[in-house]
Ligand binder design. Structure first.
Ligand code: PGA
Length: 243
């Protein structure tokens, strides 16, 4: 695992964006694995700026998102589908049929998971996966205790995840109880992974990832078994982690 230390959130966003842009330019047919949440917002902003200024093209790229809430329609402002179009896809030239996000409102969510996993496989897997990390060490929505063998599946969100995400909803009761998430095994098959970590609230999760046991109680710890992971971490997240 390589760690790139950055000063703050803005520098992290800029550095990750530069890295992604280089990869997209090297391989215009790249398959990107994309994340939502607060952490990658700055990266998307820099990618859009670069697309407008330097014309980096996503026309032939494919994208697969990590996760989606169960039970929200695709145009619900809290759905990750809405987030992705609003924060990124509507501002770049990606071909809409190349965009893939699990449908949390599918009539049969179990079938949706199987189909999503199969689609990733059919497209040849993910070349570059962007990840954030939950305060509880989750990646995607793979909560502590999720099997490292899990493929795309439906997960019950933990109270700490619901609490962390309640800021986007009227109240914690409105946070969906479940989500569809790529599994740990799905994520681990990506050829390369970039993990973005910013802020004090992520210190414990980062410390566990770097120094804790590689164990299913700490989902992100599995990344130590992956051959090509780069962590972009800011000083607030790294403080007291011994790095
Ligand atoms: P955040 O979420 O970027 O909003 O902190 C990260 C995550 O839950 O994976």
């Amino acid at each position: 695992m390589k760690i790139i230390t950055v000063k703050d959130y803005n520098e992290m966003s800029q550095k990750v964006a530069e890295y992604v842009i280089e990869k997209v330019n090297q391989n215009p047919n790249i398959t990107l694995g994309l994340a939502t949440g607060g952490t990658p917002l700055g990266m998307y902003k820099y990618l859009i700026e670069d697309h407008q200024k330097n014309k980096t093209s996503y026309q032939n790229a494919q994208s697969f998102n990590l996760d989606e809430y169960v039970g929200l329609s695709q145009d619900d402002p809290n759905s990750y589908n809405y987030y992705m179009y609003n924060e990124f896809f509507n501002h770049i030239d990606i071909t809409k049929s190349n965009v893939h996000i699990p449908n949390g409102n599918a009539p049969d969510v179990q079938k949706e998971c199987i189909d999503y996993e199969a689609l990733i496989e059919k497209n040849g897997g993910i070349d570059l996966q962007i990840l954030g990390i939950g305060n509880n060490g989750h990646i995607g929505f793979n909560e502590p205790g999720t099997s490292f063998q899990a493929k795309t599946h439906v997960i019950d969100l933990t109270p700490s995840t619901k609490e962390a995400n309640a800021r986007y909803f009227h109240s914690i009761e409105d946070v969906p109880a479940q989500a569809i998430t790529m599994g740990i095994a799905t994520i681990m098959k990506s050829k390369e992974i970039l993990l973005l970590i910013s802020g004090e609230s992520k210190q414990a999760a980062l410390s566990n990832l770097l120094h804790g046991e590689i164990d299913e109680s700490s989902p992100a710890s599995v990344l130590r078994n992956h051959p090509c992971v780069t962590i972009f971490a800011d000083e607030d997240a790294l403080r007291d982690t011994g790095k």
